[in-house]
Design a protein around this ligand. Structure first.
Ligand code: ATP
Ligand code: MG
Length: 140
């Protein structure tokens, strides 16, 4: 496991952008960390590195949002935020399982620890935690 200290949101985006180079289409990124740990900021950095032009926002009432991407064979970034997830049926109705099978998609899941699903077992896990004024970010 590699752990980094990020002093500010810009540094988090930069770290995410560098790490994004290791991502392949079809992969799943599981972001785990408390409220305000920087999961959305991290996703914004990933997205920018993958050529997403729209600004990624937290999908407050939608569980899932799709952004066109264009790098490394990744054509779609699928952003899932499981924070408000109550039942797995709610998630299933978004069609998320189809996106997991999309060979040109990259699925990024905030609050991935709230989803107990065997399909997430192969996810690349990123943990974020508040550390003073900054954040600790680890990749496993
Ligand atoms: N080093 C840092 N990296 C990322 N965000 C930071 C950092 N330092 C401070 N912040 C602040 O922390 C907040 C992180 O917000 P963000 O929405 O990314 O968190 P989150 O983990 O997605 O939260 P939520 O669980 O509500 O979705 C922002 O207000 C950001 O400005
Ligand atoms: Mg968020």
């Amino acid at each position: 496991m590699e752990t980094y200290f990020s002093a500010n949101p810009r540094a988090t985006k930069k770290l995410a952008g560098g790490w994004a180079a290791s991502l392949r289409p079809g992969e799943i990124v599981a972001l785990i960390g408390e409220l305000g740990a920087g999961k959305t900021v991290f996703t914004q950095g990933l997205a920018a590195a993958l050529g997403v032009q729209k600004n990624i926002t937290s999908p407050t009432f939608t569980l899932l949002k799709i952004y066109p991407a264009r790098r490394q064979g990744i054509k779609r970034l699928v952003h899932i935020d499981a924070y408000r997830l109550k039942t797995s049926a709610d998630l299933d109705s978004t069609g998320w399982l189809d996106y997991l099978d999309d060979p040109a998609g990259l699925v990024v899941v905030e609050w991935a620890d709230k989803i107990k699903h065997p399909r997430l077992r192969r996810a690349r896990i990123v943990r974020l935690a508040v550390q003073g004024q900054g954040r600790l970010i680890s990749f496993s």
